[in-house]
Design a protein around this ligand. Structure first.
Ligand SMILES: Nc1ncnc2c1ncn2[C@@H]1O[C@H](COP(=O)(O)OP(=O)(O)OP(=O)(O)O)[C@@H](O)[C@H]1O
Ligand SMILES: O=P(O)(O)OC[C@H]1O[C@](O)(CO)[C@@H](O)[C@@H]1O
Ligand SMILES: [Mg+2]
Length: 361
């Protein structure tokens, strides 16, 4: 009898919408393609791989999960030395433990679903000799080599919806409203949600803001008879003053600040300067929760099926991605090589500026 193909599955990093849809896509497409296939779902990201803690999965596990939020396998963030190793709290390299699980289960391939950080760690697994295929998941859309990631569109929908609802209360009270959206390093989510919901100012990490410029935008609106202003703030947005600090200096400044986030600090500064009441709304992890939107269901299914094809044809060491509307295969060395920040010549930044949205610059 033909030896069975044994596939490991890992979901790593922050959860997002579409992870279960992607797991389902990989599972169903492999069952269709390969006669004898077994699945081992690692619990809680790399923890399961390290501790050989897994769930044996069969066809039924891939049914009825398309709409489920989160990940049925659980996820985690594991300490690491950048680009070098996944480690425990004492700094011990955990590659031998992960390799042990891979060999013990006699895996043919490990499918790793994660964000930009996960792509880097998956490359370490590949370098150590594992057959790896990765899928790009994250609400941040910051993975190099793919135009989009699953989770991103669902988070845009939620972020836009939050701002949609803020409009009426902002208008009734004549207030400045700051809505803090996720995105520590990249502004994709804030930009898209901001444009999609009619924000007046959008602040993203890639374009440092100056407070006088934001005030200018608010005053300009007042002159046009508009009594409220809505500011979409990426959580990683930085002022021009902070942009010149080192990462360590910025960390210290955050630690010493009396404000919980930059958005609250900005709100109190704007209130002082403009004399207009300012309020902050932080949807937080709500942006990552709940069912994937239909677009993400389709994307995650496409990515999952494409991953199955790569496995069936033994094209390991690749990430599945989307470029120009087409499913592509991206070498993991490239996908893991850098973060996909918003380029300043991005069309959407131009569109936003064209309709008078300020970036505080
Ligand atoms: N530079 C790196 N080198 C090695 N391993 C890394 C690196 N960055 C992250 N990892 C590993 O990948 C895991 C997931 O990374 P991270 O927490 O950055 O989330 P992510 O995959 O980027 O997803 P998201 O940003 O959407 O939450 C980390 O907990 C860590 O174990
Ligand atoms: O879930 P945690 O660990 O609080 O991390 C939050 C971070 O995860 C993300 O949701 C995805 O990377 C970021 O946008 C956010 O900064
Ligand atoms: Mg990330």
């Amino acid at each position: 009898m033909k030896r069975c193909t044994r596939i490991g599955l890992v979901t790593s990093g922050g959860d997002c919408q579409g992870l279960n849809a992607a797991i389902r896509g990989v599972g169903k497409a492999l069952i269709e393609r390969i006669d004898n296939v077994e699945f081992y779902g690692m619990y809680d990201g790399y923890r399961g791989l390290i501790e050989c803690d897994y769930k044996y999965m069969d066809a039924l596990d891939f049914s009825g999960i398309l709409l489920d939020g989160g990940t049925m396998l659980g996820t985690s963030r594991q300490p690491y030395v950048p680009g070098t190793a996944i480690v425990d709290e004492e700094g011990n390299d955990l590659m031998p433990a992960m390799m042990n699980t891979y060999n013990r289960l006699n895996l043919d391939c490990l499918v790793v679903m994660g964000g930009n950080g996960t792509q880097k760690s998956a490359k370490l697994l590949m370098d150590a000799g594992m057959n790896i295929i990765t899928l790009p998941k994250t609400i941040d859309n910051d993975i190099w080599g793919t135009d989009t990631t699953f989770g991103f569109q669902s988070a845009i929908d939620i972020g836009s919806n939050v701002i949609d609802y803020i409009h009426s209360t902002a208008q009734s009270h004549g207030r400045i409203f700051l809505v803090e959206l996720m995105g520590r390093d990249a502004g994709w989510l804030a930009l898209n949600a901001g444009i999609g919901s009619g924000a007046d100012v959008i602040l993203i990490p890639e374009i440092p803001y100056s407070i006088p410029k934001i005030v200018e935008a608010i005053e300009r609106r007042k002159k046009m008879g508009k009594n409220c202003s809505i500011i979409a703030v990426a959580e990683g947005a930085v002022s021009v003053d902070d942009a010149i600090l080192t990462e360590e200096e910025r960390r210290q400044a955050r630690k010493n600040s009396t404000h919980s986030t930059i958005t609250y600090k900005l709100a109190s500064e704007l209130e002082k300067i403009t004399g207009q009441e300012a309020r902050v709304t932080v949807p937080g992890h709500y942006q990552r929760g709940g069912p994937p939107c239909p677009y993400d269901r389709v994307l995650a299914t496409q990515f999952g099926a494409a991953a199955a094809e790569l496995i069936a044809t033994k094209q390991y060491g690749n990430m599945v991605g989307m470029q120009g509307g087409k499913i592509v295969t991206v070498p993991l060395v490239d996908a893991a090589s850098r973060t996909k920040f918003l380029p300043l010549d991005n069309d959407l930044i131009k569109t936003a500026r064209d309709i008078g949205i300020s970036f505080g610059d």
